[in-house]
Write a protein that binds this ligand. Sequence first.
Ligand code: GLP
Length: 251
Amino acid sequence: MVLSSSQLKNQLDPRLPTPLYYQLQKIIQKSIDEGLLQPGEKLPSERELAKTYDINRLTVRQATNALVNKGVLVRKRGLGTFVAQAKLNQGLFHLTSFTEDMISRGLKPATLLLSFSMEAPEPQVQEELNLHPGEKIYLIERLRLASQEPMAREISFLPFSLFPGMEKKDLEHGSLYNLLRKKFNLTLGRARETLEAVAAEKTEADLLGISPGTPVFLRERLTHTEQGEPFEFVRSFYRADRYKFFFYLER
Ligand code: GLP
């Protein structure tokens, strides 16, 4: 077993100012980062780890709890503690599509069209998209998958007037942005996004394969064409156990 191997033995140093639980947490994290422990692999038991590192079980628990809270490890009742799937680390700097994001990571994007309809917009959508009273929108709801794993649920609202003749079959599989580019000659410009945490409701949780009430990231995007016209308002619900977003800040 990797963590009880001789090279990792006795790496905890009680003379250091860093608490022992944190030293162990770092060792486990490093083993995962370096691929010594793979996603899905079971961690040695608390008892084994306590013995290997000559510390008490509470210290082991503190280290594993911290990693469970970060989503690096998962506990399965009655089975033990396992290495979680690595999160997708996504920088929010460029206006990209789900399809492009997945391909750039070597994952295979897939889409399940959950609904496609023409509707009267809700007030927020009407305001964001600058719609005239009475103007209709397309409501497109999709489940987005990466290499067959559900990652996000997306509800997109697009003004009917900009994309007349859009059909359900156009959206059954591929990329919305590709469709808008090819069929409607649209060139993407810029977007404004917000990011917040919300609790997944039952239907959404079932689709994403998570428990109801689990936090998900809600990203709302208002997208403009190159000419500055808003053409899309989207609510994307990303699994928080599979995504980590990052930004750069300068001053
Ligand atoms: C991302 C964005 C959505 C956007 C979508 C388009 O997922 N969060 O706002 O609508 O990309 O992706 P695609 O062109 O793959 O359908």
